[in-house]
Ligand binder design. Structure first.
Ligand SMILES: [Zn+2]
Length: 264
């Protein structure tokens, strides 16, 4: 169902030929990285995206992305097919009812928290840390996957956008790639202790339900460095890490970037 593809594209404008290369997953939840596009203007569905001085750019596809995306690099246009996925349904019971149907007076607070999170995901930082080989931020059993349809206490709710890694409270969480801390707060209504790392060009990681945050907003962290500890804060039934990846507002599947979970 999940297939990895590598597309190499050679684009000729005039002699000499100008080439750029694309790698990644052309699938809902996937991320694609372009290389060798130095000095070229790149748009994704008509929207300009940042190209680093050495020619790297990135874009991605949300959970329910349309069947194609139009990529323009230096005036050359190609239409890329985006593979569809089927998502599982996950039923979770035993949540406090206020976590499934918040009281009306709580909605303003939830909206304000979501607005702050959206701001933290809007940075278009020049670094290209997203192009590193990603590592798992925590090792443990995977207890929830990207995209699943959620039935909470019998009520349909928003899909799940992260990958869940079960582990006891206090288990270290490390940076899966280099980044700058853009958000670090405890006590959010749904997500509890919440940390957002900016990996460049609009790619962010979000870590939620944390018990401890061990870094501060504005801090640069390197891959493998401890940033937090697993907890059971926010809307949870037990301690786990929920790790999400965004490309701006598009929600991507972390599992497509890191590969299989190592044996613990
Ligand atoms: Zn989760």
């Amino acid at each position: 169902m999940i297939r990895s593809i590598l597309i190499a594209v050679l684009v000729c404008f005039s002699l000499p030929a100008i080439g750029y290369e694309l790698s990644g997953n052309a699938i809902q939840g996937g991320m694609m990285i372009g290389r060798d596009a130095a000095g070229l203007e790149v748009t994704v569905d008509g929207k300009p995206v940042r190209v680093s001085p050495d020619g790297v750019f990135v874009f991605g596809f949300g959970r329910d992305h349309a069947e194609t995306v139009t990529l323009t690099v230096g005036g050359d246009t190609q239409v890329i097919s985006v593979a569809r996925r089927d998502y599982v349904t996950q039923r979770i019971d035993g949540l406090p009812s206020k976590m499934v149907t918040p009281a009306p007076e709580t909605l303003a607070r939830i909206r304000a928290e979501n607005a702050d999170i959206a701001k933290a995901r809007a940075f278009d930082t020049p670094e290209t840390w997203f192009a590193q080989d990603w590592i798992w931020p925590s090792i443990g059993p995977i207890s929830g996957v990207y995209g699943s349809q959620r039935i909470l206490n019998g009520k349909p709710r928003r899909p799940h956008f992260g990958v869940d890694v079960a582990g006891p409270t206090g288990t270290p969480v490390v940076a899966p790639a280099d980044g700058i801390v853009r958000f670090a707060r405890t006590g959010l209504y749904f997500t509890g202790g919440t940390l957002i790392l900016d990996h460049g060009h609009g790619v962010t990681s979000t870590f939620i339900h944390l018990s401890e945050l061990t870094v501060e907003v504005g801090q640069k962290v390197i891959q493998g460095e401890k940033i937090a500890e697993i907890g059971a804060t926010g809307r949870v039934t037990g301690p786990h890490l929920d790790w999400r990846i965004n490309w701006f507002g598009e929600r991507l599947d972390p599992q497509l970037l890191v590969g299989p979970m190592p044996e613990s």
